[in-house]
Design a protein around this ligand. Structure first.
Ligand SMILES: [Zn+2]
Length: 486
C-alpha cells in the first residue's frame, strides 16, 4: 500500500530535516548517527525519548566538542593520543622519546605532538571537553558532594571535590565525578566552603543549587562549620560525617585501650618482612595459613582485621615464633615475651568477640548505596556496642554515643529512612517527595580519592612535581576521572 509507505518515509525524512547532524535514513528506518543505531520512529515521543537518553546526550556532546576543537585546528588523533596517555598514567613527556614518536608516526601516519606548549594545549582541550560532558550529565540530577583533603609531595594542600548522582539506576549512581581539584593555602572552614562553592559553580550559572542534597565529609570540625555556612546558599544541603570513618574512629578508640595487643599487631607482621628464612619456617609448619600482615594505615578497619587474624591463628603463630632463634633479633625475644603474657590472649578474644564485627560493617558501609541498609548497619552496631559489659565496654559505648550524636546529619538521615518506610510522617522533613526518593540511594561514606587508587602518590610524585598547579590539576582531573570509575 503505497500510501502508508509514503507516510513512513515522510515521517523519517521530517526527523532528518529537523536533526541533520543526528539522523539519516534510507527512506524507511531512522538511524542515529551519533549512537550508531536504529531508532523507532513510528511515534514522535519515541524519537524524543531517544534524544533525551543519557547515552545519546553524552555522545552528542562529545561529538560536538570534538568537531569544535577540530575546526579550531586541533587534531582528533593527537587529542585521543594525549587522553590515552594520561588515562594510562604515562607522562606526556614520553611522547618526545625519539623511538616512540618515530614508531607512532610511522605506523599511524599522524602528527605526534611533542612540544610542551602543544601538549599543554591538548590537555586544556581534553579538560574542557571532559568538564563539559560532566556538566551536561550532572545538571539534571540530585547530587551528593564530598570533599577530601590531602597534601602533595610539595606540601601543597589539595582538596578533591567528588560528585555523584542520587539515582535509582545503579549504573548512574555508581559513577563518580572528580569535579574539581583545588589548591588551598590552608585548611579551614572558609577555604573548604570556597572550594565547595567554586566547584559547584563549574556546573554553570543556571545550575539549581537546590539540587545539591548531601555533603559527605570526614569528622573535622571545620567541615561541619563549612557545611553550616553553605546551607545558606544550598538550602537543601544535608551534611553527614562519613559513617565508615565514624566506625573507624571507634576502632581507633578501642585500640587505645589495648597496648599489648597493639604491640603484637605492629611487630608481628614486621617479623616476616624481608625475612625469607622465617617465612619458610612459617610456611613449612602451617602451609594453609597466611602470614600476619602489617595493618595498612590508609585502609579503615585494618586494626580489627589484624585482631581477627591473631584471634583465629594465635596458637599457630605462637608455635612458629617459638621455633625462631632469640639471638636472631631483639624483636623475636620481645614477641616471645608478649605471647607468654596471660593477658594478651584475653585482650585478643575480648576485642575480637565484642568488636571484631566492626571491620565487616566498615566494608559493607563502603559498598552500600542504600540509605536503609546503612542506617540499619550503624544502628545494629550501636546496639551491639551497647551490650558489651565491663569498664572498657562502658567507655567504648560512651565514645560511640559521642561520635554518632555529633553527627547531626546522621540523626536526620535516620528520620528520612523512617519516612521512606512510612514509619514517620512527611511533615517531619523539609524535603519534598522527589528529594526524598533521591535520598533513598544516598551513599553515606565519603569518597576518598586518594584511597580509591594506589598510584595517587606516584601521580603527585616525580611526574606531578614538575607541574605548576593549574597544569597538574588538568592532568590529574583527566587521569583521576578515568581511574575512580575503573
Ligand atoms: Zn542517538
Amino acid at each position: 500500500m503505497p500510501k502508508i509507505k509514503a507516510t513512513v518515509s515522510e515521517n523519517v525524512n521530517k526527523y532528518v530535516a529537523e536533526y541533520p547532524r543526528v539522523f539519516q535514513t534510507d527512506g524507511y528506518v531512522l538511524f542515529c548517527k551519533i549512537c550508531n543505531k536504529i531508532v523507532s520512529s513510528e511515534k514522535k515521543y519515541q524519537v524524543d525519548q531517544h534524544l533525551r537518553t543519557l547515552k545519546h546526550r553524552e555522545l552528542y556532546e562529545r561529538r560536538t566538542l570534538i568537531a569544535a576543537s577540530t575546526e579550531a585546528g586541533f587534531n582528533e588523533f593527537s587529542m585521543d593520543l594525549c587522553e590515552a596517555f594520561i588515562s594510562a598514567d604515562i607522562p606526556l613527556s614520553k611522547l618526545s622519546n625519539p623511538q616512540l614518536s618515530t614508531f607512532l608516526r610511522t605506523y599511524t601516519n599522524e602528527h605526534i605532538p611533542q612540544e610542551s606548549t602543544e601538549l599543554k594545549t591538548y590537555i586544556d582541550q581534553i579538560y574542557i571537553r571532559l568538564l563539559n560532558e560532566m556538566k551536561n550529565t550532572l545538571k539534571h540530577h540530585f547530587l551528593w558532594v564530598s570533599i577530601d583533603e590531602t597534601t602533595d609531595i610539595q606540601g601543597r594542600y589539595v582538596a578533591n571535590v567528588v560528585v555523584g548522582i542520587l539515582h535509582e539506576n545503579e549504573d548512574i549512581r555508581n559513577k563518580k565525578f572528580l569535579l574539581n581539584v583545588v589548591e588551598l593555602d590552608k585548611i579551614n572552614y572558609a577555604t573548604i566552603s570556597r572550594a565547595f562553592n567554586d566547584s559547584i559553580t563549574l556546573l554553570g550559572e543556571d545550575f539549581d543549587k537546590n539540587k545539591v542534597l548531601l555533603f559527605l565529609t570526614n569528622s573535622a570540625s571545620y567541615m561541619a562549620k563549612a557545611a553550616r555556612g553553605l546551607k545558606i546558599f544550598y538550602p537543601k544541603l544535608l551534611h553527614v560525617t562519613c559513617l565508615a570513618l565514624s566506625i573507624h574512629r571507634l576502632a581507633e578508640e578501642i585500640s587505645s585501650y589495648f597496648n599489648q595487643l597493639n604491640l603484637l599487631i605492629s611487630s608481628g607482621g614486621k617479623l616476616f618482612l624481608k625475612a625469607p628464612s622465617r617465612v619458610q619456617v612459617f610456611n613449612a609448619k602451617f602451609p594453609g595459613i597466611p602470614l600476619p600482615l602489617e595493618p595498612i594505615t590508609t585502609r579503615w578497619g585494618t586494626w580489627l582485621d589484624s585482631v581477627k587474624y591473631y584471634a583465629q591463628n594465635f596458637e599457630e603463630f605462637a608455635a612458629v615464633v617459638a621455633e625462631l632463634d632469640d639471638s636472631d633479633s631483639k624483636s623475636i625475644k620481645n614477641i616471645k615475651e608478649l605471647l607468654s603474657l596471660p593477658s594478651i590472649k584475653s585482650q585478643l578474644f575480648f576485642v575480637h568477640n565484642n568488636y571484631g564485627f566492626l571491620c565487616e560493617v566498615i566494608k559493607k558501609l563502603e559498598g552500600s548505596n542504600s540509605l536503609r541498609d546503612a542506617v540499619d548497619l550503624v544502628d545494629t552496631s550501636i546496639k551491639r556496642i551497647y551490650d558489651v559489659k565491663g569498664t572498657i565496654g562502658q567507655e567504648i559505648m560512651k565514645k560511640s554515643n559521642l561520635i554518632f550524636q555529633k553527627n547531626k546529619g546522621f540523626l536526620e538521615i535516620r528520620t528520612l529512612a523512617r519516612i521512606l518506610e512510612f514509619n514517620e510522617s512527611c511533615s517531619k522533613t523539609k524535603y519534598n517527595l522527589n528529594e526524598l526518593s533521591a535520598f533513598k540511594y544516598a551513599p553515606l561514606t565519603f569518597f576518598d580519592v586518594e584511597r580509591s587508587f594506589s598510584s595517587y602518590e606516584n601521580y603527585l610524585g616525580p611526574n606531578g612535581e614538575s607541574f605548576v598547579f593549574e597544569n597538574f590539576k588538568k592532568n590529574f582531573f583527566v587521569y583521576a576521572n578515568k581511574a575512580i570509575n575503573k
